[in-house]
Write a protein that binds this ligand. Structure first.
Ligand SMILES: Nc1nc2c(ncn2[C@@H]2O[C@H](COP(=O)(O)O[C@H]3[C@@H](O)[C@H](n4cnc5c(=O)[nH]c(N)nc54)O[C@@H]3COP(=O)(O)O)[C@@H](O)[C@H]2O)c(=O)[nH]1
Length: 504
C-alpha cells in the first residue's frame, strides 16, 4: 500500500515538474516564433518600401535585376523578389528572366491580407515550393529557412505551432507533425485535456502564434527516468513502511509493557504540595503517576496516559491510582488536615467498579471522604448528566471534587455552572499570563474579581516565580497555589519532611 502511494506521489510530482518544464519551453517556443514572424513582416515592409526605387528601371532589364539582387542581399528571411504580371512571375532576383513565365496558381493556401495576396506552398518547380506574397506586379518570396530552426524543436520536443492572424481565421505558417490536431483543438473541433496550448500575439502586426503539444508522460520514451522513478518510490515506500511498522510495534510493545506495569504494580507516585498563598501553609498534595520501565526508562504521563486512554487502559490506571496512592498516603492523611488530590477520568467516576474500589479503599485505610479531592476535566468525554449524578454520589460520601485545567477549552464557566465542585484549579496557561502581555492577561483581572466572592477553593497551577506568587498574594490572598516556585512533585518522604518542618 505504502509502495503504491509512494509511486503515485512521486509520479504525480514528476508529472507536475514535467508539465511545468514543458509549459515553460512551449511558452518560449511560441515567443521565439512570434519574434521571428515580426522580423519577417518588418523585412517584407522594408523591401516593399523600395518598390519605387526598382520602378525607375525597365522591368526585368539587367539594371532592374541587378537592383533587385543588391537590395535583397541584406535580408536573411527573404529569398527572392520578383516582377509579376497577370499572376505570373516574369523575372526574379534569384532566377533571372524566366523563358516561360511562372504561373502562381498551384499552392496550398491563399490569403488576402493588408493589400497583399499571400500564397503558401506555391509550386515554383518540380520539388520546389515557396511562400510568396504579392501585390500589383511586385512579389516577395519568404526564405524556406525562415522557420527552419523551429522545425528542429518541433521534432525534438514534439511541439507544433501555427502562425495566423489575431482572430486565427487565417493560418499562414504551420510547423510540426501534429499540426492538424493543433488546428482542430484550436478551433474547438476536438477536445484534449492533456494537450498544452500556448498563445503569443502581436496586435500591431495582427499576428498570433498558437503553439501546442501533447503533455508527455514523465517517463515517456525515457527508460532511465522510469527506472529512477520506480527506485525512488521503492526506497521511500520501504522507508515509510518500516517507520509505520516500527511505530506500531513500539506503541504495541509500549502498551503491553504498560499493562504489565499496572498488573505488576510497577507504577509509582510523586506528590506535588499545594499551599495557601497568604501563609504558605500546606493544604494538600496532588498525586502524579510515574512509570520507570526497566527497558525503556522514564516514560512521562503525558505519553502513557493518552496511550492508555486510546487503548482502553485508562480505567485500569484509575483503579491503580486510587488503591495505591490512598494506601501510600493513608497515615499522613489521618495525621494531618490535608487533602490528597487524584486525577480521574469521567469514565472512572461513572464506573461502578471504581466507586466500589474507592469506597472500599477509604474504609480499609481508615480515610474520610474529606481527605480526598477528585480532579476532573471536560476532556474526558461523558454525558454531563451522568457526571453530575456521579459527583453527587461521591459528595454524599464526603469526597471533594475539583474542576481541573480551568481556563482552557476543556474546562470553563459552563462546566462550573453545571457541576457543584469544591475546588477550581486554574490552568498554568492563565498563571503564566501574570506579568506578561499575553491575551490571557486580560482575562485574569475579571477572574480574580469573580474568585474573590466564590465560596470555593481556588488553586493556581504552575506558579513558577516570585512575581506570580506576589501577584496572587496581593490580589487573592485566600487562594492556594502549586508549582515549581514552591516545590516540584516529590516522593512521599519529601512530603513527610515538609509536614515535619511545618509542625516544628
Ligand atoms: N489520569 C491521570 N492523569 C495523570 C496522573 N498523573 C499525571 N497525570 C496527567 O499527566 C499529565 C502530565 O503530568 P505531569 O508530567 O505529572 O505534570 C504535572 C506537573 O508535574 C506539572 N507541573 C506542576 N507544577 C508545574 C510548574 O510550575 N511548571 C510546569 N511546567 N509544570 C508543572 O503539571 C502537571 C499537573 O497537571 P494537572 O494534572 O493539570 O494538575 C497531566 O495532564 C496530568 O494531569 C494520574 O495519576 N492519573
Amino acid at each position: 500500500m505504502t509502495l503504491a502511494l509512494s509511486l503515485i506521489f512521486f509520479y504525480g510530482i514528476a508529472q507536475i515538474i514535467s508539465y511545468a518544464y514543458v509549459h515553460e519551453k512551449l511558452e518560449k517556443y511560441a515567443e521565439s516564433i512570434l519574434t521571428r514572424s515580426n522580423s519577417l513582416i518588418s523585412q517584407v515592409k522594408e523591401i516593399d518600401a523600395l518598390r519605387n526605387e526598382f520602378a525607375v528601371y525597365s522591368p526585368c532589364s539587367d539594371q532592374y535585376l541587378h537592383s533587385l539582387r543588391k537590395r535583397l542581399w541584406p535580408y536573411p528571411l527573404i529569398k527572392d523578389i520578383s516582377y509579376i504580371k497577370d499572376d505570373r512571375v516574369i523575372c526574379s532576383a534569384l532566377w533571372g528572366k524566366f523563358t516561360v513565365p511562372l504561373s502562381l496558381n498551384v499552392f496550398r493556401n491563399k490569403v488576402d491580407r493588408a493589400g497583399y495576396t499571400w500564397i503558401f506552398d506555391a509550386m515554383i518547380e518540380e520539388g520546389i515550393t515557396a511562400d510568396i506574397l504579392y501585390t500589383d506586379n511586385f512579389a516577395i518570396t519568404v526564405s524556406p529557412f525562415a522557420f527552419q530552426r523551429f522545425w528542429e524543436d518541433a521534432d525534438k520536443m514534439n511541439f507544433n505551432a501555427i502562425v495566423g492572424d489575431n482572430n486565427h481565421e487565417s493560418h499562414f505558417f504551420r510547423i510540426g507533425k501534429d499540426i492538424n490536431k493543433l488546428e482542430a483543438i484550436e478551433h474547438g473541433r476536438e477536445q484534449a485535456l492533456s494537450f498544452i496550448l500556448i498563445r503569443a500575439c502581436n496586435s500591431v502586426n495582427d499576428i498570433c502564434v498558437i503553439a501546442g503539444t501533447q503533455l508527455p508522460f514523465f517517463f515517456y520514451g525515457n527508460v532511465y527516468a522510469l527506472v529512477f522513478l520506480l527506485s525512488i518510490s521503492l526506497v521511500i515506500g520501504l522507508l515509510v513502511s518500516a517507520l509505520i511498522i516500527n511505530n506500531l510495534e513500539k506503541n504495541q510493545s509500549l502498551l503491553s509493557r504498560l499493562e504489565y506495569a499496572i498488573d505488576h504494580r510497577k507504577l509509582h507516585f510523586v506528590y506535588q504540595p499545594i499551599y495557601r498563598v497568604k501563609n504558605n501553609s500546606l493544604i494538600g498534595i496532588e498525586a502524579l503517576i510515574r512509570w520507570n520501565d526497566d527497558k525503556v526508562g522514564n516514560i512521562g504521563p503525558d505519553i502513557f496516559i493518552p496511550l492508555a486512554e486510546q487503548n482502553g487502559l485508562i480505567n485500569k490506571i484509575g483503579l491503580y491510582v486510587v488503591e495505591n496512592s490512598i494506601k501510600e498516603c493513608a497515615s499522613i492523611l489521618q495525621e494531618h488536615a490535608i487533602t490528597l488530590s487524584i486525577n480521574v477520568s469521567c469514565s472512572d467516576i461513572c464506573s461502578e467498579l471504581f466507586r466500589q474500589t474507592l469506597v472500599n479503599t477509604m474504609q480499609k485505610e481508615g480515610i474520610s471522604g474529606g481527605s480526598l479531592m477528585l480532579e476532573i476535566t471536560e476532556r474526558q468525554s461523558a454525558s454531563i448528566e451522568e457526571i453530575k449524578q456521579s459527583v453527587e454520589f461521591y459528595q454524599s460520601q464526603g469526597i471533594l471534587f475539583a474542576l481541573d485545567d480551568f481556563g482552557t477549552g476543556y474546562s470553563n464557566l459552563s462546566w462550573l455552572s453545571l457541576l457543584d465542585v469544591d475546588e477550581i484549579k486554574i490552568d498554568k496557561s492563565l498563571t503564566d499570563s501574570i506579568g506578561t502581555e499575553s491575551i490571557n492577561k486580560h482575562i485574569l483581572p475579571g477572574l480574580i474579581g469573580m474568585f474573590r466572592n466564590m465560596p470555593r477553593i481556588v488553586v493556581f497551577e504552575g506558579v513558577e516565580n516570585e512575581l506570580q506568587y506576589q501577584f496572587l498574594k496581593e490580589n487573592l490572598p485566600e487562594c492556594c497555589a502549586q508549582g515549581w516556585y514552591f516545590s516540584r512533585a516529590v516522593e512521599l518522604t519529601g512530603i513527610e519532611a515538609i509536614l515535619r518542618d511545618d509542625k516544628a
